[in-house]
Structure formats: C-alpha cells, structure tokens
Design a protein around this ligand. Structure first.
Ligand code: ZN
Length: 292
C-alpha cells in the first residue's frame, strides 16, 4: 500500500475518466490496429500505462482518478483486461484510485453475477459502458437486468457518448457504429432507472444539444467533459456548464490519450465562472460518485 485513504478534502481534483490500457503483464486493452488508430486520432504518443503507473501519475498531481478498462470481448475478439485485477491493484493505491468495472452486456446473466462480485468483493465503485465499441443499443431491454443490478448495488454507470477515436479513420470505422452513442438513447435508461446515476461521457459530438437536454431534465444524469481539449468544447456546452448544469458537469481527461495537465491548462483559459470551477474539478464528482 503506497498511500492512505482517499481524502477528498485534500485533493486538487478528481478525474472521472481514466483508461487502463495495459495490465501488469503487458497485455493491451486494444488490438494493435485500434490502438494505433486511436493514437493518430488524438495525435498523441502511444502510452499504455498499467494501474501502478496511473497511481504514480495522479499522486504527483494530487488528484484522484476513476480508472477502468472496456470489456468489448464479444464484439472485438480481444480478451478483456481483468476487472478484478484492476480493482485489486487500485486497492493498493486507495489515496488516488477509484476503480470502475466494465462488463460487456453480451455476457448476459454471468455479467450480473460479475457486477455484484466486483462491487462486494473487489471494491468496484461504478461501471463503464461504451455502446459503440461494445456494439449494443443502450436502451435495449435485454440490457435492463444489468442496469437494474447496478442500480441495486448503488453505484453509477458511465457511458461513452458521441463520436469515438476507436476505429477512427479505418475502413468502415472497423464496423463500429456511432449511432449507439447517441445520448438520447440514455434518456430512456435514465427514465426507467431513476435510482441509477448515469454519467454521459464527453462532449457528445454531434449530439451536444441532446446531451444538455437529457442532463437538464433528469436529476440522475451528469456529463463528463473528457475526450476533448476544453478549447474545442461546443459553445452551448460551456454556456450550460456555467448555468443550469453547473452541478452536473465533471472534470475528466480520457487519460492516457489526453493528459490531465493539458486538459487543465486549456480549462484554465475557458470562460467558466470562478465559482463553477471547483464544482467541475471536484465537488460534482464527490456527489456523482457518492464519495461524501
Ligand atoms: Zn472512455
């Protein structure tokens, strides 16, 4: 154990969107073609940190990180990184890491049991979904038992929304369908599971107005601001973040493809009201993640 308990009062910020790209044996979350395409899309250097590297990076910044992989094994054939290994490694760094799990909805009933085990035995604090990459429609009733289980476990569900770097620039986008990441599909889920906290990830290009509407209308829906440098945020998102969504928007980077240092430097220059900045950087996450 490297650090003490999570002490939210002393943290500078909470990054709610951090990807684990590799396990400690060097297995990667994305196959080579998808990994290279994502790095090109984000114009970054390939960097595939494992959990201990992430802990070190965030401890240096005095920030906590919500970490996860994406289990898209059924759609891609790429074996998923182990959720329990990620959570157990995160437990060695409880001062900076907050583990989420990822369950491919294609796992069916086995996925329900896995969700419960991850929360109750491995300290997982939420779940990440990527409907385009995992190839499922978010409001498909077949996925509802999994949402019901997550709602009963009392932890949030974070969904990728909008365009994705995964498959970008490849023929047919490698078969990945953007439509499944339309945030309006999550409006159904939010309505049908009022006790489930939903975090819609990213500026939802090209559906930004829909995302703002859903987050404005549904008390249980938040927006994370990861995946785009703040200098490219759609103006209506900045407008809403300063006003009706000031308690609903969360700092997220999309590390390692976007580093928190870069995101924060660009956020500094964004026209966000002074009293809203601490809400975005930390306070809203404390509420959405149930850390209070
Ligand atoms: Zn993501």
């Amino acid at each position: 154990m490297t650090g003490g308990r999570l002490d939210v009062a002393s943290l500078a910020a909470i990054d709610v969107h951090v990807h684990v790209h590799a396990d400690t044996h060097g297995h990667l979350a994305l196959d080579d073609e998808l990994g290279a395409a994502a790095a090109r899309y984000f114009k970054g250097d390939p960097y595939d940190p494992a959990v201990p590297d992430i802990a070190e990076d965030y401890r240096r910044l005095n920030m906590a990180a919500v970490i996860f992989t994406v289990d898209a094994e059924a759609a891609t054939g790429q074996p998923a990184l182990s959720n329990s290994e990620i959570a157990d490694l995160a437990a060695q760094h409880p001062d900076v890491l907050i583990p989420f799990g990822s369950i491919d909805p294609a796992r069916g009933t086995a996925g329900l049991k896995l969700a419960r085990r991850l929360v109750e035995e491995h300290g997982v604090r939420g779940f990440k979904f990527h409907p385009s990459f995992q190839n499922f429609v978010p409001n498909d009733p077949a996925v509802y038992p999994l949402y019901a289980e997550i709602e009963a476990l009392g932890v949030p569900a974070l969904f990728h929304t909008g365009q994705t770097g995964i498959g970008a620039g490849l023929p047919g986008g490698r078969g990945i369908k953007l439509r499944y990441s339309d945030p309006m599909l999550l409006d159904d889920v939010a309505a049908d599971f009022p006790g489930l906290t939903i975090i819609m990830a990213h500026p939802s290009v090209p559906w930004q107005d829909a995302a703002i509407s859903v987050a404005t209308h549904k008390a249980n829906v938040y927006i994370d601001l990861s995946g785009w440098s703040p200098k490219y945020f759609p103006p209506q998102l900045v407008h809403a973040a300063n006003r009706q969504l000031k308690h609903k928007v969360l700092f997220g980077s999309d590390y390692p493809l976007i580093r928190p240092e870069r995101w924060l430097a660009d956020f500094e220059k964004l026209e966000i009201r002074d009293e809203v900045r601490p809400l975005v950087l930390k306070d809203n996450a404390i509420k959405a993640l149930g850390l209070a």
